[in-house]
Design a protein around this ligand. Structure first.
Ligand code: ZN
Length: 285
């Protein structure tokens, strides 16, 4: 790890290089980045930490509206990854932090008393807010003014790995939760045979957008600082990762048609070996 860079979780400055000059296999950004593994806590992190992640997201399809076929597939393929709507109730306030194009927020809203979203850019938050007919914040202070101590459930689906300020974000979220409220996070899991097979071509790695890959054990120092405790930890099946990884390994980059070709095989694989993503629940003390 470069001298000036510290592990964003434990602060250690000693790390072992893992990959250098990893290209963007998903979008044609042309950006290449390096990663290292912290020698103290084992966190894999991008080095140096980017100061502006904006260029990583030029044309990022996760933020765009989807065709109806994609919507159908998303409900079939991705539903098990997302928060179980049947466990929500009408007394609860929900925040989907990093709500993307807002599809989960839209589905969750009828199940709770109030549903809010967060997206870090003004344009995206305003667009989703209009489409989903609910408040989507982009300003942390504005969100804190409305939601401090009010939220029962925060969801972060594939968000933590994108954060450059993990500690600050978890502190904000802890401040929004009621005592006993929960944060459920889904994060790509590097302790997994798929990552060993594909390395930096594993789609869950997704350089340069993925900054770090924390598991709940590595997060322990931050959780203690911000008053969150680990309640549940497990795995969720997500076939898209394997399908995209096969596509990248065999064709050199992500392409939609080979991805769709590999998806049925990846669906079976994800059911047999659902280790591609960690899903964990943190509770506000
Ligand atoms: Zn560390």
């Amino acid at each position: 790890m470069a001298e000036s860079v510290c592990c964003i979780v434990c602060g250690a400055s000693s790390a072992t290089p893992l990959f250098s000059q990893v290209p963007d296999y998903f979008l044609p950004t042309g950006i290449r980045v390096d990663y290292a593994r912290c020698n103290a806590c084992g966190l894999v992190q991008q080095i140096p930490l980017p100061t502006d992640v904006g260029p990583f997201y030029a044309g990022y399809p996760v933020h765009a509206r989807k065709a109806w076929l994609h919507e159908v597939m998303r409900r079939v393929v991705m539903r098990p990854v997302y928060y179980d709507l049947a466990t929500l109730n009408k007394d609860q306030v929900l925040l989907d932090y990093g709500c993307g194009d807002g599809w989960f927020l839209r589905d969750a809203a009828p199940h709770v008393s109030a549903a809010y979203g967060f997206e870090p850019t003004a344009a995206q938050s305003e667009d989703v807010s209009r489409r989903v007919s609910t408040t989507v914040f982009h300003d942390l202070a504005a969100m804190q003014a409305v939601l401090a101590g009010r939220v029962d459930v925060v969801t972060m689906h594939f968000v933590m790995e994108h954060l450059t300020d993990l500690r600050g974000t978890l502190r904000v979220i802890s401040g929004l939760l009621k005592p006993g409220g929960v944060l459920r996070a889904v994060v790509p899991n590097l302790e997994n045979v798929e990552f060993r097979w594909f390395g930096s071509r594993w789609h869950g790695f997704d350089a340069p957008r993925h900054i770090c890959f924390p598991n709940p054990q590595q997060l322990a120092p931050i959780l203690e600082e911000v008053g969150l405790s680990l309640q549940r930890d497990g795995y969720v099946p997500f076939p898209n990762t394997m399908a995209a990884s096969l596509c990248i390994a065999l064709t050199g980059r992500y392409r939609p048609m080979p991805f769709l070709f590999f998806l049925p095989l990846a669906l079976i694989w994800a059911r047999l070996y659902p280790r591609g993503n960690r899903a964990f629940v943190l509770q506000k003390l």
